[in-house]
Design a protein around this ligand. Structure first.
Ligand SMILES: Nc1ncnc2c1ncn2[C@@H]1O[C@H](COP(=O)(O)OP(=O)(O)OP(=O)(O)O)[C@@H](O)[C@H]1O
Ligand SMILES: [Mg+2]
Length: 231
């Protein structure tokens, strides 16, 4: 479970608060979308959850542990439990798809054989195993985002965070990606996606809980209106 408890954040003592007394809970295995106007704090929330930022006030519980109290030495281990994808992909341009995934295993001390099996398993799961020798520039945007998703899944995270993952994709690739996120959710992972693309979710018939961020961190919870229920 992820729980934000009375979280307030500002980037500096002279800055305005981005989030103010934000309280919200995500249950294990839930797929939640986060929406709201540009600058409202969606990326900030994702960075808080990754412990890239410390909130100015409040607690952030992940499975009963307050991550704001976590020792610095624990943070790399904590981050391995969380997969994350971004709008701008962030692949290593001069390395193959295979190598982009292999780097996630260097620090885990697992052997080459495990790494190879895991890479091919994750690529097959996402239907892109044929791309393993390509460089990022030899891929379409949609393919690059699938590689990012593969990279995020390499350490079998409990939680998947997606910050506007369809922001740079055409409608077809966006639909593909959303359905992969839905598949990952159905495998039991907790998924939190920031998006401006609620229309796409509705067109695809996904009914998801929606956290609508408003200025100063207040939030409204509703559901995207889709056809069939997706959980
Ligand atoms: N490193 C930073 N230092 C100071 N202010 C920042 C920093 N990062 C973000 N902000 C400010 O915090 C506010 C929230 O930014 P954030 O990136 O979380 O918004 P967002 O909801 O993700 O927007 P978008 O939909 O455009 O991605 C904005 O006013 C932004 O200018
Ligand atoms: Mg953002």
């Amino acid at each position: 479970m992820i729980r934000f408890l009375d979280v307030s954040h500002r980037y500096g003592p002279e800055e305005d608060f981005v989030l103010r007394h934000f309280t919200e809970e995500l249950k294990d295995g839930e797929f939640v979308v986060m929406t709201g106007p540009s600058g409202v704090g969606k990326t900030t929330l994702i960075r808080l959850l990754l412990r890239e930022l410390m909130p100015t006030e409040g607690q952030i519980m992940v499975n009963r542990e307050d991550i704001t109290q976590m020792a610095a030495a624990e943070i790399p281990y904590y981050r391995r439990r969380i997969g994350v994808i971004f709008q701008d992909f962030r692949l290593i341009q001069e390395r193959s798809v295979y190598d982009n995934l292999a780097v996630t295993q260097y620090v885990t001390g697992r052997g080459a054989r495990h790494t190879e099996e895991r890479i091919m398993h994750v690529l097959s799961f996402l239907g892109i195993d044929r791309l393993h020798k390509r460089l990022p520039r030899e891929l379409s945007g949609g393919e690059q985002q699938k590689v990012c998703l593969a990279r995020a899944l390499m350490n079998d995270p409990e939680i998947l965070l997606a910050d506007e993952p369809t922001g740079n994709l055409d409608p077809g690739s966006s639909r593909d990606l959303i359905h992969l996120l839905e598949l990952i959710h159905r495998q039991g992972k907790t998924v939190l996606m920031a998006t401006h693309d609620i229309g796409l979710l509705q067109e695809e018939g996904l009914t998801l809980r929606q956290i609508k961020l408003r200025e100063h961190g207040t939030s409204v919870v509703s559901r995207t209106e889709g056809g069939e229920h997706a959980w």
